[in-house]
Ligand binder design. Structure first.
Ligand SMILES: [Fe+2]
Length: 321
């Protein structure tokens, strides 16, 4: 698709693709929540082809406007269940996308790629940009896959990744690891074990907390063209062996809390390989700068997202579907 104007919106393919409201409208947010069928089709087409669409000019500034817009674009919103980030719903299933430490880069990832369930689509919205920095970063997973040496990408594609997490019983653990009640948004041991046994590869209680493993693919086929995309969080979960030794030894895992990742068959991912992955991700990173009122739709299977460091009060909403 080339650049096109459909009604009062101009669409421009790219990474990310762009959608802009043309001319002044007394209620720009209503335009976005009441897209014409042809405009809706164009958004879907661009999202399928590029994996990300950046909307500007629709004035989605408040949490209420964001919730309405996200529901109209995504349909039913979903909770952030099973996630490793400290995150609380602000309204319904609208969350704050801030991330833990604003002075540091939030490394790009596919949302919940380590969990048995992940959202198909994400919607970000900017109530207020940071005073400085704070761009959301995007990485095209297909470009990553194509850029990696065949030996590494084939290993992830054919062997997958196993994610290991050992979560403490209570919030505020000195390890800084999110507890299982926080992770699963419930205090019920029975509910959590039922959920984990039905969806994780393994799950067990230990004196320290809840220990689970989850074997998943390391790549996915995405879009209507079934292109192969990088889809894993090994570069974040797989810590350096000096920090997390014996990552493939489940006996050792019973005695320490934390997160780890191995290949799907339980063998270690080597340090040079993970460094190559991180370097490739870095090379493929595209920043998206925010203006208040912007919206960003991301195909979570096709595209990774992260965040640059920032200063000031940045308000970015996120919803999952
Ligand atoms: Fe995220």
């Amino acid at each position: 698709m080339s650049m096109a104007t459909v009604g009062n919106i101009s669409f421009e393919p790219g990474f990310p693709s762009r959608a802009r409201l043309i001319g002044a409208d007394p209620a720009p947010a209503d335009v976005l929540t009441n897209l014409e069928p042809k405009q809706r089709d164009t958004v879907r087409e661009l999202l399928d082809a590029s994996g990300a669409v950046h909307f500007r000019g629709f004035g989605i500034r408040t949490i209420d406007q964001f919730e309405t817009a996200a529901q109209s674009l995504l349909g039913q919103l979903a909770p952030y269940r099973g996630g490793d980030a400290p995150r609380r719903a602000e309204k319904g299933f609208v969350y704050n996308a801030a991330g833990p430490d604003k002075s540091r880069v939030l490394r790009a990832h596919n949302e919940l790629s380590y969990a048995p369930w992940h959202p198909k689509t994400l919607c970000f919205g900017c109530g207020r940009p940071a005073d400085e920095g704070g761009a959301t970063t995007l990485i095209d997973g297909h470009r990553v896959y194509e850029s990696l040496p065949p030996r590494i990408r084939d290993a992830f594609r054919t062997r997958g990744v196993t994610y290991i997490q050992h979560l403490p019983h209570a919030a505020g653990d000195p390890s800084g690891i999110k507890s299982w009640p926080e992770t699963f948004e419930t205090d019920s041991k029975d509910d959590v074990m039922e959920l984990c046994q039905s969806s994780y590869t393994s799950a067990k209680w230990t004196p320290l907390g809840l220990l689970t493993t989850n074997r998943t693919p390391g790549t996915l086929e995405v879009g209507s063209d079934d292109r192969i995309a990088w889809f894993n969080q090994a570069h974040i979960w797989r810590k350096d062996p000096t920090i997390t030794p014996k990552v493939s030894d489940m006996g050792v895992w019973e005695t320490r809390l934390g997160y780890g990742a191995t290949y799907g068959d339980g063998t270690e991912i080597s340090t040079p390989d993970i460094e190559q992955v991180s370097a490739t991700l870095h090379d493929c990173t595209v920043p998206v700068n925010w203006e208040a009122g912007d919206l960003l739709l991301v195909d979570n299977q096709a595209v990774m997202h992260g965040r640059m460091p920032y200063a000031g009060e940045r308000q970015v909403f996120v919803a999952f579907a």
